[in-house]
Design a protein. Structure first.
Ligand code: GLU
Length: 507
């Protein structure tokens, strides 16, 4: 049978997009492109208590920055909408009621106080957080314990109630995970999860199954943290649609930080980004830095994410998106946690900066320089600078540190690094360099270098003894690319001016 591959990313818009989330997007995207399938983005916003203003738009901004756009979504449209679960509310109740009719679910009328009482009564050392399950359901206020007329009356009177799944007491449920192989669960430890809440909204468990079915999802990839929910979902598939309709699942490995699962707190503590883009919590105003603003190129970000849990079986580490589409395979994703190493992440970015031409880097570098007040109108000047300094940049803001001196004279000249070894001979040497540079007809790095060295030889000076002072005169300190390349870009007048200025201060 020729079924179109349909995958989905199903975020809850509750805050910043963690790099684990973007990796899920990426694997979905690669799998869809590889199979000429469709990639759906569904907003899972049924939990109104966790709704966060701006979080949905932010997710789309992140995907746009990464270049991982879905085929169907709230923004992109599609034949299986609405793509926001809160707008699909009326779809879910019928399935919950069908489950009640078939004896796989029941109405529960327990008040929050009654639930708390149950927990207190059953709490013990071996069972610190008692669940609503086979052990207690027959002592609670639900359609399993109440008479039918009573249930109907309570419903009619509008008494708040939920629908819970009736988890079989002793059953083994299993599925084949694309990464982990056969995974099975004992239902005796699974609780009777709420499927439909008192406000008529479904919970994640019901909504995810119903929507994966209605949206004809063939493969569902999600983080390993969802594995414990799998038995509930398998049972729902079995009761509602048939297991043969269930998508193939892959539970992606956790991303590990310095101490276990990588968290937002790790980012704050160790000074690295965890979210794709800057996220400001609309309530607390707290800003969490993103990879974008930290100065990562989207292609580097994607590359490093692809390798957090996958490799192609060789030592290759640098992959373009098209190459990933070709080579990615779920059976090469490992099941063990994938360690995130920020130094390695910066290495990826450095490799991508080096490999990108000035034209590609221009739209990223320009704003960095502009934000620091440098004039960026002359693109051909910028191109030369970018080409010259990119080797030295790991993050995009490094372009400022490596190139500000092309735009303005350095404010601070590290005279202390020159003074101890400064003498008359060097003073005369630079005076001669100035004369030579003033006359030299062709302003080219290679020619400047050979002239500089010839003058040094004629004055019995080792070039090494005057190169550092020359660099400091031009850029202010012991950094920057090749000093003759700098001089070439600065131009004759500015180079000579900077040498003269420093000589004055040294004499
Ligand atoms: N809404 C869930 C989340 O926020 C989706 C989990 C899944 O993909 O099934 O991650």
């Amino acid at each position: 049978m020729d079924t179109t591959v349909r995958v989905r990313f199903a975020p809850s818009p509750t805050g910043g997009l963690h790099l684990g989330g973007v990796r899920t997007v990426l694997y979905n995207y690669l799998f869809a492109r590889q199979h000429r399938g469709e990639f759906v983005l569904r907003i899972e916003d049924t939990d109104q208590n966790r709704y966060v203003q701006g979080a949905e738009a932010y997710i789309f901004d992140c995907l746009q920055w990464c270049g991982l756009e879905p085929d169907e979504s709230v923004v992109h449209g599609g034949a299986y909408g609405p793509y926001r679960q809160s707008e699909r509310k009326e779809n879910y109740r019928q399935y919950a009621e069908q489950l009640v009719r078939d004896g796989h679910a029941y109405y529960a009328f327990d008040t929050p106080e009654e639930l708390e009482k149950m927990r207190q009564e059953n709490r013990s050392e071996t069972n610190p957080s008692p669940q609503y399950d086979h052990a207690v359901r027959n002592r609670m206020k639900n359609s399993l314990t109440l008479k039918e007329e009573e249930v109907n009356r309570l419903i009619k009177e509008g008494i708040p109630h939920v629908i819970r799944i009736l988890i079989p007491k002793e059953e083994r449920v299993s599925f084949t995970d694309m990464i982990r192989g056969e995974v099975s669960f004992e239902t005796s430890v699974v609780d009777d999860k709420v499927l439909l809440k008192a406000d008529g909204m479904p919970t994640y468990h019901l909504a995810v199954v119903v929507d994966d079915f209605l949206m004809k999802i063939t493969h569902a990839f999600r983080g390993e943290e969802w594995l414990p929910s799998a038995p509930v979902h398998i049972l729902l598939w079995k009761y509602l649609f048939g297991l043969d309709k269930m998508p193939q699942w892959a539970h992606l490995p956790l991303i590990l930080g310095p101490n276990g699962k990588l968290s937002k707190r790790d980012g704050a503590k160790y000074g690295f980004p965890v979210f794709a883009m800057n996220w400001t919590d609309p309530v607390t105003g707290e800003l969490t830095e993103g990879f974008k603003e930290k100065g990562f190129l989207p292609e580097a970000f994607i590359n490093l994410l692809a390798l957090l849990g996958w490799n192609d079986g060789t030592d290759q580490e640098i992959f373009r998106l098209e190459e990933l589409v070709e080579k990615f395979s779920m059976d090469r994703v490992h099941s063990g946690g994938a360690r995130f190493d920020y130094e390695k992440a910066k290495w990826f970015n450095h490799e991508w900066i080096k490999a990108s031409n000035a034209g590609r880097l221009m739209p990223f570098v320009k704003p960095v320089l502009e934000a620091k007040g440098l004039p960026v109108n002359d693109e051909s000047f910028l191109e030369k600078i970018i080409t010259l300094v990119k080797e030295r940049c790991h993050l995009l803001p490094d372009f400022y540190d490596q190139s500000f001196f092309f735009f303005k004279s350095p404010e601070k000249i590290d005279l202390e690094a020159i003074q101890p070894k400064w003498n008359e001979q060097k003073q005369l040497f630079f005076a001669e360099v100035i004369r030579n540079f003033e006359l030299d007809p062709e302003w080219k790095a290679s020619i400047l270098e050979s002239n500089f060295k010839e003058i040094a030889a004629a004055n019995h000076i080792k070039p090494g003894d005057v190169l550092l002072p020359f660099r400091i005169m031009l850029v202010g300190g012991k950094f920057g690319p090749g000093v003759f390349d700098i001089a070439e870009i600065l131009g004759r007048d500015e180079t000579i001016h900077r040498i003269k200025e420093t000589l004055l201060r040294l004499s």
